[in-house]
Design a binder for this molecule. Structure first.
Ligand SMILES: O=C(O)CCC(=O)C(=O)O
Ligand SMILES: [Fe+2]
Length: 279
C-alpha cells in the first residue's frame, strides 16, 4: 500500500495493520525472553491496580491493570537489543512521527510486554468523546495531523479467533456519540471496568494478527480486547508513542546502561530531554 492509501485508511478507520513488521530474529529473541521468564508469568503476585506489584527483574517491573488482563512487564525496552530495535522500527516509527506531527516530536509514553492466559480480557475504553489530552487526532483549524497517542501493538505469537484479540470500533476516534457501554448515568466516561470483555460490546471488530504483525492505532479509538477462550497465552508488546511534551505514564527512570548503549536517535525517543542538573 502506498503512503496516500495508508493516510486515508488511518484517518478514516483510526488503525492500520502492518504485516510482518518485526524481523524473525527479533521475534525469536523476544519470545525467548518470555520463555526464560515464564515462572514470573505463572507466579507473579499482582495487586490488580496501577500501583504495580513492586516485583522487579532488574529495571523491568511486573504489573497489571486489573485482575483480568494478565501480566505486564513494564519497561520492557530494558530487556535487550531486540526490544531496543523496536523503538525506531522503520515499519512504524516514521508513520508515528508523521501522524503525531514532527512539530510535536516523538516520545514513548509507556512500553510493556503483556502475557494473557485463558479467561483473560480487557474492558472497553476510549473514544472520540473522551476529553483526555492525548486523545487528539487532527488539528481542527488546519486539518493537520496531530495524533496525541499511537499504540503500536506487536503480536509475538499468532492471535486469531478465541485467542483474545484486540477489538476496536473502526472510526470511533471521530465519533461524538458516546459508545452505549461507555455511558454511565447519562455521561460518557473514558473506561468502564465492569468485568465485561470489550469484545462483546456493540460495533467491535476483532483484529487478527500473525506473529510479527503490528496493530497501529490511535488511542482515541474505542477499544479493548475479547476474552481469551482458547488454552495457552497471548503474547503482545505495546509501545505507545506521543508528542515529546507528554510525560511518561509511570515515570520510570531508565537505567544508565541502557541510555549509554542506545543510538542517539533511540535515546531521543525514550528521553527527549536530558535531565537538567547543576553542573
Ligand atoms: O490488550 C489489548 O488487546 C488491548 C490493549 C490496549 O488497550 C492498548 O494498547 O491501549
Ligand atoms: Fe487501550
Amino acid at each position: 500500500m502506498d503512503e496516500k492509501q495508508l493516510d486515508y485508511l488511518f484517518d478514516l478507520h483510526g488503525y492500520l495493520i502492518l504485516r510482518g513488521a518485526i524481523g524473525k530474529d527479533d521475534l525469536n529473541a523476544m519470545n525467548q525472553w518470555v520463555d526464560e521468564h515464564w515462572n514470573d508469568v505463572e507466579n507473579a503476585e499482582l495487586p490488580g491496580n496501577n500501583s504495580g506489584a513492586n516485583q522487579w527483574i532488574g529495571s523491568i517491573e511486573l504489573h497489571s491493570y486489573g485482575k483480568d488482563d494478565g501480566v505486564n512487564f513494564q519497561n520492557i525496552i530494558e530487556a535487550g537489543p531486540a526490544f531496543e530495535r523496536q523503538i525506531d522500527n522503520p515499519a512504524w516509527a516514521p508513520l508515528a512521527r508523521k501522524y503525531i506531527n514532527p512539530v510535536n516530536g516523538l516520545s514513548i509514553h509507556e512500553n510493556f510486554l503483556n502475557v494473557r492466559g485463558q479467561g483473560g480480557h480487557l474492558f472497553i475504553h476510549c473514544g472520540g468523546h473522551a476529553p483526555l489530552c492525548y486523545l487528539t487526532f487532527r488539528q481542527h483549524n488546519t486539518g493537520e495531523w496531530m495524533v496525541g497517542q499511537i499504540n503500536v501493538l506487536m503480536a509475538l505469537n499468532d492471535i486469531g479467533p478465541g485467542d483474545g484479540p484486540t477489538v476496536l470500533v473502526p472510526g470511533s476516534h471521530k465519533s461524538t456519540e458516546v459508545h452505549p457501554r461507555l455511558e454511565v448515568k447519562g455521561k460518557g466516561v473514558v473506561a468502564v471496568n465492569d468485568g465485561q470483555a470489550a469484545g462483546t460490546a456493540l460495533g467491535m471488530q476483532e483484529m487478527y494478527l500473525n506473529a510479527g504483525d503490528v496493530l497501529f492505532f490511535t488511542d482515541a479509538i474505542t477499544h479493548g480486547s475479547a476474552e481469551r477462550t482458547n488454552p495457552g497465552h497471548r503474547r503482545v508488546m505495546i509501545y505507545r508513542y506521543s508528542p515529546r511534551f507528554i510525560r511518561t505514564r509511570f515515570n520510570y527512570e531508565w537505567s544508565p546502561a541502557l541510555l549509554q548503549r542506545l543510538t542517539p536517535e533511540r535515546r531521543q525517543i525514550i528521553q527527549p530531554l536530558e535531565p537538567r542538573r547543576p553542573g
